[in-house]
Design a protein around this ligand. Sequence first.
Ligand code: HEC
Length: 165
Amino acid sequence: MTKEIDLKKILVIALSFIAFTTTGAANEIDKRRVLSINEMQRDHVLTEMRALLSGTQNILDALLREDMVAVARYARPLGMGMTHKAEDHLKAVLPKEFMQLGMSVHKDFDQIAIDAESLKDPKHTLRQLNESMKKCNACHAGYQIRVEKPSTQSGTHPSHDHHLH
Ligand code: HEC
């Protein structure tokens, strides 16, 4: 009889612990989906991100001067060519939708370069840039990067470790 009570107690304690930890995870401040990658992969993604931002700024600067040759020069390196460098190892670890959204941004910049050279219409380029940058926002709203810890590779409480950052 006493054994049965002890078992119940243990169960109640265990269940409340589970409830506590799950609400703890649900109450995280940053609710965007976590991309758990290693330090090198994070560096690769963020370096590319900074290139996208500075490239976009350079395009705007060229647009302001209506220098469409410069627009194409700045847009082209942000195109699909940018992805060939080291993207294979990222394909394996990043979600498909994430990769597709990223690729579609690179395709946009290729199109921006092509149109800047052929149409030479700053307003058209500005419209393209505006549309494409909605994808920057959409992705940033949905994802965050966290560097995976060596200990999480053995599969122990990965959601817990996030609190330690
Ligand atoms: C497919 C998803 C995706 C797209 C598209 C995307 N980004 Fe990002 N970007 C991210 C993620 C994920 C981070 C890291 C966010 C975090 O961990 O809080 C990031 C971070 C950044 C950073 C911070 C870099 C740093 O050094 O910390 C900049 C700047 C940036 N993005 C610019 C852009 C610009 C500009 C565009 C569009 C031209 C863009 N991004 C499109 C996913 C994306």
